[in-house]
Design a protein around this ligand. Sequence first.
Ligand SMILES: NC(=O)c1ccc[n+]([C@@H]2O[C@H](COP(=O)([O-])OP(=O)(O)OC[C@H]3O[C@@H](n4cnc5c(N)ncnc54)[C@H](OP(=O)(O)O)[C@@H]3O)[C@@H](O)[C@H]2O)c1
Length: 247
Amino acid sequence: MSDSPVPAASVVLVSGGSRGLGLSIVEDLVAAGLKVAAFARTVTPELAKLADTEPDTVLAGSVDVTDLAAVTAFVRRTESTLGPIDGLVNNAAIGQDSLHVHTAPDALARLIETNLTAPLLLTRLVLRRLLATSRRGRIVNVTSICAQRGFPGLAAYSATKGGMEAATRSLARELRDRALINCVAPGFFASEMSAVLGSTQLDQIVRRTSTGRLTEPVDVLPVVRMLLTADTNIHGQVLTVDGGSNT
Ligand SMILES: NC(=O)c1ccc[n+]([C@@H]2O[C@H](COP(=O)([O-])OP(=O)(O)OC[C@H]3O[C@@H](n4cnc5c(N)ncnc54)[C@H](OP(=O)(O)O)[C@@H]3O)[C@@H](O)[C@H]2O)c1
């Protein structure tokens, strides 16, 4: 073990960095001076523009997180373009809007593959490369308040987020001081994923939130940045950013 703190990440891989919270994380990290590689199945014009404007700092790729060969190729491309990856944000995920009894087996399997299996495999890939070269790093898993509080229509989704939180605690013990790994669990915020929520559901969430408003990506960004770059001893934790939900 080393006496020194785990250094700040300098080259960060962000899954699902094309829109929503992921794109905001990419923009925030770039503004903070980090190099960022971001991927999603579709590279949006916003992400493409960022990569075109800052080719030495931002790399964008069209990659499905469930396609391990494609993910591995993008990791290699990132390392040859931006340098060795020492930060990972597992942000890509798909949502759910179906009671468990109405969720088809293939939909349930897809949720688990995208939101749990794929980030665990990506984490394994990044960690193996990091540890093989005796470097140290930081990992942030974007989970959800649903893992802690529950929400109707989100049983399988919540299971995947709770799974990532459990894996994070065990990984922190495995990794010791080789890498810091933590979760950020946001409350509901407006995005393509949460667009399925109706106004009745949103009103209810706001009513049950101490701060009386929905979370916004901008509330989450400083926490992600801090976990990637600050000189901290935070390890294996879930930091919730939800305005204090009372449900
Ligand atoms: N919105 C909320 O209320 C809320 C609350 C708590 C936590 N979260 C979590 O916050 C994170 C971001 O959510 P968001 O609301 O910003 O969602 P979003 O707007 O739907 O964005 C999801 C991102 O993940 C990518 N993605 C989805 N499936 C993928 C796949 N198979 N391969 C690669 N990329 C994939 C999407 O791009 P493509 O579709 O082009 O692949 C997109 O870039 C997620 O982990 C979510 O679970 C969201």
